[in-house]
Design a protein around this ligand. Structure first.
Ligand SMILES: Cc1cc2nc3c(=O)[nH]c(=O)nc-3n(C[C@H](O)[C@H](O)[C@H](O)COP(=O)(O)O)c2cc1C
Length: 366
């Protein structure tokens, strides 16, 4: 069932808009969560060949991440600092309702020529919900609310008199003006459980999943694509990975080992406890982190599992393997963001494009 897209694979990077970087480790990181660092990073990424930047939404510290800039405002700052990059603002139903999200994002879309997108997340941290006085729904209920949220967003953005009767949200002849600029903001979602996949098939443009092997990615892709096809839809796939690209494989492996050796065990265990608890109500037990080991959790979206760790040649080959498994986009985290995004743009992306071109030639000749 899996079909490799003939399109070039797209690259996104995680915006470090929360403190502590992308690993739960005390290893020194030359990454900052502040605005100046992030604006410069966005410009570097755009020049390096990245298409998207993904912000994170957090209202309270969880596994470190003591400071967190708000995702929609931060996305706008990055858009103002760049020309082509698209920025995906993370939005959490509960704290946001679709009315506010649709209006905010429509305005940013107008201000930036349609370069904003959204990532609708469903929540994993009950402590965060408790801290801000939000009810904590069980796993599949969170997705039922997120699905209504996405249906409402789309309806508000596309209809002139939007009427909707859901269990969570209601609208009567609502007319949002102005609408977002064209193209309409793309709707991404995070999550891997059955509820997440079913929601992706029905309403999302993009399905983001945690890091994994190409074999395991393929199983998810087939499931999402089959279900989407049954709805007459197609869904694109983004896969998380933590990149450690170095001139030799030994160097890259040594960095991985150092990250894990200096992991903050208490914070990793606390995070593991939260996410496994968050997924416990997922009836089939296939949610993100259901099978994560201690080492996997040191990168909090299982980014080591995708194994983009080695030389630029090895990493380019493995990106093609993810593409073969059905990935349309690689979502990437780094230890020292600015310098490593630049290195990735110089050393890895051109190799990926060369491999893609060679495959296209082979296909044409066949
Ligand atoms: C790429 C990606 C980005 C995510 N970003 C956030 C985020 O910024 N904030 C958040 O609270 N959850 C985020 N999540 C968590 C998801 O919304 C979801 O709660 C989690 O993946 C568990 O889903 P599951 O049990 O359905 O697999 C993200 C997930 C993925 C895969």
């Amino acid at each position: 069932m899996t079909q490799q897209t003939p399109e070039p694979i797209r690259f996104a990077y995680w915006v470090p808009n929360v403190s502590g970087g992308l690993v739960i480790s005390k290893i020194p990181q030359r990454t900052s969560w502040d605005a100046d660092y992030n604006r410069e990073l966005a410009r570097i990424a755009e020049r390096a060949g990245f298409d998207y930047a993904l912000t994170q939404v957090r209202f309270t510290a969880g596994y470190g991440a003591e400071y967190q800039h708000e995702s929609v405002a931060f996305s706008h700052a990055l858009l103002a600092a760049t020309e082509r990059l698209k920025v995906i603002a993370a939005i959490l139903p509960g704290p946001w309702n679709p009315t506010l999200a649709a209006k905010q994002v429509a305005t940013i879309s107008q201000l930036t020529g349609g370069r904003i997108a959204v990532n609708i997340v469903s929540g994993w941290f009950s402590g965060e919900f408790r801290a801000i006085g939000e009810p904590w729904l069980d796993h599949d209920e969170r997705y039922r609310r997120s699905e209504e949220f996405i249906r409402a967003l789309r309806g508000i953005w596309t209809e002139d008199a939007f009427t909707y009767r859901g269990d969570f949200y209601r609208y009567t002849d609502y007319a949002l003006k102005p609408k977002p600029a064209e193209p309409l903001p793309e709707i991404f979602q995070g999550g891997s459980s059955r509820a997440a996949r079913d929601m992706a098939a029905r309403v999302s443009d993009w399905y983001f999943t945690n890091g994994n092997t190409p074999e395991n990615i393929r199983v998810q892709v087939d499931d999402v694509r089959q279900k989407a096809a049954a709805e007459g839809r197609s869904v694109k796939i983004g896969v998380n990975a933590f990149v450690i690209a170095r001139d030799t494989e030994d160097e890259a492996r040594a960095v991985l080992q150092a990250i894990i050796d200096q992991a903050d065990p208490e914070a990793v265990r606390a995070f593991g406890h939260e996410v496994k608890n968050a997924g416990a109500a997922s009836p089939e037990g296939e949610g993100n982190w259901a099978k994560s080991s201690f080492e996997d959790l040191v990168q909090y979206n299982d980014g080591f599992r995708s194994n983009l760790i080695g030389t630029p040649d090895q990493i380019a080959e493995r990106i093609l393997a993810l593409k073969d498994a059905g990935a349309d986009l690689a979502l990437l985290g780094f230890l020292h963001f600015q310098e490593e995004v630049r290195y990735f743009g110089e050393q890895v992306i051109p190799r990926v494009r060369t491999l893609e071109a060679a495959r296209a030639e082979r296909r044409a000749a066949a």
